[in-house]
Design a protein around this ligand. Structure first.
Ligand code: GDP
Length: 360
């Protein structure tokens, strides 16, 4: 399960966005509920391909891949020195796979700004500075420890030490840990540091309701320069729409001229941050399900994403690209037209493959 942390300055719109995501998650059909905490929303990742496959095969329910969104409050200027919720806040972000950074763009005068002015890029810099300082402290501490080990002439420790020195320099110059490539001789060094500024980031520009959902140019440029993604949404509008029935919400959207659900875009973009691909399993009269795997995963390991028994007893994978399956109108016609292949354990699963595993 992928975990995303929602961060931003106070009043940026984090809780509002989080509430919209929570309601959207609660409406998701077939979602296998587990006990989650009040600051965690579990939301299905929209994927039309899976819906089309399910329809073709006659599968129900349709179970999308899910993301956990964690509402992480408490970031203020000085958080790395312990202001606000300080260190607890930073520890919470460390446990996530990716960051959604909510930036206030709307200038509704009824909403107080912690710095007394609406300036998206300055806000982004305030937040990023806190993350950089927190990483700098962490990297300096780790460097001390690793430097002691490196004296014993361990090759890996020496490589990690060199990398940490580069990391500390980069952070002092205001560049994130992601700007320093992992050392070949210590590939796990970044994982051991678990830096905040190495996590993939999605900027969410919180725009005024009724305004066209557009990321301001300067924020877009900043995102591009740092390898982040960006999308725009009105958190308040989305939270109001999330309270309506689907049909009503669609009508509202049409009236307002907002085509896709802004929320759906946030979820899709957040999913895209980790560069995962999806494959599908679907059987008539049974569930259709999307599974996220790392690009390059082989068939046998992918079977393990469904069930460990399938990985252990893997025999073969019957693979049909989703569009071929839909076009053929089902498994049998797809097989007749030779659109289905039987692949072995080392087959590299492709995005959109519909897979049936044979196992003993
Ligand atoms: P947080 O501190 O980042 O969690 O911010 P909140 O989500 O609590 O939002 C702070 C205030 O801004 C609340 O009163 C929200 O109703 C308001 N707000 C959030 N998003 C929008 C928006 O898109 N437009 C307007 N006008 N107000 C918003």
């Amino acid at each position: 399960m992928m975990r995303v942390g929602i961060v931003g300055l106070p009043n940026a719109g984090k809780s509002t966005l989080f509430n919209a995501l929570t309601r959207a998650g609660a409406q998701e059909a077939g979602y296998p509920f587990t006990t989650v905490e009040p600051n965690v929303a579990v939301v299905g990742v929209p994927d039309d391909r899976l819906d089309r496959v399910a329809e073709t095969v006659g599968s129900a329910p349709v179970i999308h891949e899910t993301i956990e969104f964690h509402d992480i409050a408490g970031l203020v200027r000085g958080a790395h020195r312990g202001e606000g919720l300080g260190n607890r806040f930073l520890a919470n972000i460390r446990e996530t796979d990716a960051i959604v950074h909510v930036v206030r763009v709307h200038d509704d005068p009824r909403v107080v700004h912690p710095e007394g002015r609406v300036d998206p890029l300055a806000d982004v810099e305030t937040v990023e500075t806190e993350l950089l300082f927190a990483d700098l402290e962490q990297a300096e501490r780790r460097l001390e420890r690793v430097a002691r080990q490196a004296r014993s002439l361990e090759k890996e420790a020496a490589a990690e030490e060199g990398w940490l020195r580069e990391v500390v320099d980069a952070l002092r110059e205001g560049r994130g840990v992601r700007s320093v490539p992992a050392p070949a001789d210590a590939p796990d060094a970044p994982m051991r540091l678990s830096a905040l500024t190495s996590k993939p980031v999605l900027f969410v520009a919180n725009v005024a309701e009724g305004a066209p959902p557009q990321v301001p140019g300067e924020l877009l440029a900043h995102a591009e320069a740092s390898g982040a993604r960006a999308t725009a949404v009105s958190a308040r509008l989305e939270s109001e729409l999330a309270e309506l029935e689907n049909e009503e919400a669609a009508e509202m959207r049409e009236e307002l001229g907002v085509s896709e659900s802004g929320l759906a875009a946030v979820v899709r973009e957040a999913f895209a941050l980790l560069d995962l691909i999806s494959f599908f399993t679907a059987h008539q009269g049974a569930e259709a399900r999307a599974r996220a795997i790392r690009r390059g995963t082989r068939a046998r390991q992918a079977a393990g994403a469904v069930h460990t028994d399938m990985e252990r007893g893997f025999v073969a994978a019957e693979v049909t690209p989703w569009a071929d399956l839909v076009e053929a109108g089902g498994y049998a016609p797809a097989r007749e037209r030779a659109l289905t292949r039987v692949e072995g354990r080392d087959y590299v699963v492709q995005d959109g493959d519909v897979v049936t595993f044979r196992f003993t």
